[in-house]
Design a protein around this ligand. Structure first.
Ligand code: HEM
Ligand SMILES: *[C@@H]1O[C@H](CO)[C@@H](O)[C@H](O)[C@H]1NC(C)=O
Ligand SMILES: *[C@@H]1O[C@H](CO)[C@@H](O)[C@H](O)[C@H]1NC(C)=O
Ligand SMILES: *[C@@H]1O[C@H](CO)[C@@H](O)[C@H](O)[C@H]1NC(C)=O
Length: 323
């Protein structure tokens, strides 16, 4: 009984280690150096131009990247359009309100002219996500490339995204199931230094919150009143009503963590990471030291960008449809 199974186990473990090593090694900062040397310049120009025309673009691209990687890995599944027979991720429930796909389309169109059929949509999105952070005042880093594009996008998969009502246990589980630890959770939540949220994502905290509290007691009371004004009850508010995630919502900085400590995190999931000793110390450290946050953000974005990477797949010609 002893020898053979043990040998099998060892072989299996070795095979896994080799696989893990290969899938890491497959991504490479210089992947397109010969096949498409202009790649990074083209994407950066496109993203900069789009962000000048519409300041909402950076936040949308960063969120798009997060959702892409959390569903089926970083395989550009979020870019695929629905087909007559299949509803795609981007049209999934709950309405995930990711926008600005046209920016990726613009970059792809230019790249198809410059170096046709070379650069995957998954790599374009990964590079664009880095670029929007940098152009918003955040750090810069070298993006690893060589992802291939997936062929599947399912609306029902968006159920696997963490919800703004998640508690810490649920958030930790959601990240852990993707190989991301508690530090990655707190760090990547810092993406909420950019952008905007609709009332529906946080209004449960504002009225009839619990038996004892009409308003979530973790919210700063002045901030809560302000949010209530922005978000009147349903028939009385515009469909796009909401609030910025951060007081400096177009600047990538550590203000998000300072606001968390002041009871001004917008979502229950934001509050969750400051309300528990396992994560609060990280929030405090990032609030004090922006460089620490920036350096950890780079590390966690690299991990996020490694999730479920496809080594064998296709390079889409059009990011909205499979070849
Ligand atoms: C930890 C779990 C997370 C939850 C529960 C969550 C949830 C949400 C929700 C509900 C919104 C607002 C959607 C709306 O009402 O329009 C939002 C916006 C946003 N999220 Fe997250 N998020 C999480 C993590 C992340 C991560 C890891 C990133 C990126 C690193 C990110 C980046 C963003 C950005 C940039 C926006 C603003 C989008 C815009 O302005 O259009 N989020 N998030
Ligand atoms: C810049 O962005 C605008 C708005 O999206 C677009 O119409 C225009 O074609 C872009 N120009 C370049 C050079 O990408
Ligand atoms: C969901 O998003 C789509 C666009 O992707 C929009 O047309 C639709 O009105 C949204 N539905 C709701 C209920 O917000
Ligand atoms: C508040 O919530 C309780 C239980 O969740 C519900 O029974 C009650 O109708 C709600 N009140 C209002 C004013 O919405």
């Amino acid at each position: 009984m002893a020898a053979l199974p043990l040998k099998n186990v060892c072989t299996t473990i070795l095979a896994f280690l080799a696989l893990a090593w290969l899938s890491q090694a497959e991504l490479d900062a210089h992947y397109y150096d010969h096949s498409c040397p202009q790649l990074e310049k083209i994407i950066k120009e496109t993203v900069l131009n789009a962000s000048k025309h519409d300041p909402k673009v950076p936040a949308r691209i960063l969120r798009m990247f997060f959702h892409d990687c959390f569903i089926r890995g970083c395989d550009a599944s979020i870019l695929l359009d629905s087909t007559p027979t299949s509803k795609a991720e981007k049209d999934g429930p709950p309405n995930i309100s990711v926008r600005s796909f046209y920016v990726i389309d613009q970059a792809k169109a230019k790249l198809e002219k410059e170096c046709p059929h070379i650069v995957s949509c998954a790599d374009i999105l990964t590079i664009a996500a880095r670029d929007v952070v940098t152009l918003s005042g955040g750090p810069s880093w070298e993006v690893l490339k060589g992802r291939k594009d997936g062929r599947v996008s399912k609306a029902s998969d968006t159920r696997n995204l963490p919800a703004p009502t998640s508690n810490l246990k649920q958030l930790i589980q959601s990240f852990a199931s993707r190989g991301l630890d508690v530090k990655d959770l707190v760090t990547l939540s810092g993406g909420h230094t950019l952008g905007f949220s609709h009332c529906s994502s946080f209004e449960a905290r504002l009225r009839n919150f619990s038996l004892l509290h009409d308003i979530d007691p973790n919210l700063d009371s002045e901030f809560a009143q302000n949010l209530k004004k922005k978000c009147p009850k349903k028939p009385f508010r515009a469909h796009n009503a909401g609030h910025f995630l951060d007081s400096t919502a177009s600047v990538f900085d550590n203000d998000y963590y300072k606001r968390l400590l002041a009871g001004k995190g917008l979502f229950i999931s934001d509050q969750a990471i400051v309300g528990d000793y396992r994560t609060r110390w990280i929030v405090e450290a990032f609030a004090k030291d922006q460089n620490l946050f920036f350096n950890q953000f780079i590390a966690s974005m690299l991990k996020l960008g490694n999730l479920g990477v496809l080594k064998h797949g296709e390079v889409r010609r059009d990011c909205r449809v499979v070849n």
